[in-house]
Design a protein around this ligand. Structure first.
Ligand SMILES: Nc1nc2c(ncn2[C@@H]2O[C@H](COP(=O)(O)OP(=O)(O)OP(=O)(O)O)[C@@H](O)[C@H]2O)c(=O)[nH]1
Length: 330
């Protein structure tokens, strides 16, 4: 599978999740055309971001990175934005998963440039929509590239958030739905993981970090139904999601099971007792895909749009921005 730029892989692979359908499944249906979902992955090198994506897509979307040439190991590799597009099918619904990977993030000593670049990337997608809204004649082929969720991979140190994590999530939280994730979570024992999650959530509260928090009401104060409220409370209690990724599939009595094999045993990626991967996958591709898209459109983009237009000193440009943003929802 290649880095497609804006290209696409149009083969829908049979999923090992094709049997799965749970309560809350696809509250938002858009089965015919395929629902675009734009997902950004941010994490320092080696935290398992590529493996996670390949596990999510059930195929090798991102090939294993080449080991660095020892003679050039001291040279920091600049961060890149790499785009992949994968057609998926989840519980009967077609999803066009557009992935924005950020290899090279935090690989040097100065992370400020990476922070700025990611923020700029998110804002540029908003600016594109804003510009499109203002066109007299809309481009029917306009592609809405606003990022619906950013998965931020946290190093499984077992301590608490680092300054870099706090700073980045704080900055991005007002521009995207940030979902914190502990990468390579099998490095921690169950007890260590519980404590680590608690410390991270304490930091998130203490530093007022605006992460996606599975709210019980939307921005119009419409309260969600009882079943969704229960599900959301459960998901809030799981945060940050502790994920394990792998590409090895074994046959367990005719059932495909994805595992990481170690000399002392196996870690099952989709086993809730071993990892939150399955739950996070379901949130992203099924139960909350609509919420994440709506939140991006109705709250995050709206806020950006208001900020941008308020800051604009040109009265003529203020008058122009009258189109209803909802009209661009795919
Ligand atoms: N223990 C453990 N190792 C993992 C996990 N996911 C990936 N790895 C391993 O961690 C190493 C780095 O994984 P990648 O997926 O390449 O990590 P990355 O974040 O994309 O980092 P770069 O490839 O350096 O950009 C590989 O040897 C993986 O096999 C995991 O969940 N647990």
């Amino acid at each position: 599978m290649k880095d497609t730029g804006s290209g696409e892989d149009n083969n829908v692979a049979p999923s090992i999740y094709s049997h799965v359908s749970r309560p809350g499944s696809h509250r938002y249906k858009n089965a015919k055309k395929g629902l675009p979902f734009n997902l950004m992955i941010v994490g320092e090198p080696g935290l398992g971001c590529s493996t996670f994506l390949n596990t999510l897509c059930e195929r090798t979307v991102i090939p294993a990175s080449e080991p660095p040439n020892p003679e050039q190991a001291h040279i920091a590799i600049p961060m890149q934005f790499k785009h992949y597009s994968v057609d998926m099918e989840e519980d009967g619904m077609k999803i066009i998963l557009n992935i924005i990977d950020t290899p090279g993030f935090a690989s040097g000593t100065d992370n400020e440039t990476c922070f700025n670049q990611i923020q700029e990337y998110l804002e540029t997608q908003f600016d594109d929509v804003l510009a499109e809204e203002n066109r007299i004649k809309r481009n029917p082929k306009f592609k809405d590239s606003r990022v619906h969720a950013v998965l931020y991979f946290i190093n499984p140190t077992g301590h608490s958030l680092r300054e870099m994590d706090i700073e980045l999530m704080r900055r991005l939280g007002s521009r995207a739905n940030v979902i914190p994730v502990i990468g390579r979570a099998d490095s921690l024992t169950p007890r260590e993981l519980v404590l680590f999650k608690q410390r991270i959530m304490n930091d998130i509260q203490e530093y007022n970090i605006p992460v996606f928090s599975f709210p019980d009401s939307n921005e119009d104060d419409d309260v969600v139904d009882e079943e969704t409220a229960e599900e959301n409370a459960e998901l809030r209690a799981m945060m940050p999601f502790a994920v394990v990724g792998c590409e090895e599939v074994i046959n367990d009595d005719g059932r495909p099971v994805r595992v990481r094999s170690y000399p002392w045993g196996i870690v099952q990626v989709d086993n809730d007792e071993h990892s939150d991967f399955d739950r996070l996958r379901y949130v992203l591709l099924n139960s909350h895909i609509g919420d994440l898209r709506d939140q991006t459109q109705n709250a995050i983009y709206e806020l950006y749009r208001t900020e941008k237009l308020s800051a604009s000193s040109e009265p003529s440009s203020t008058q122009q921005h009258t189109a209803h943003p909802q009209s661009l929802v795919a």
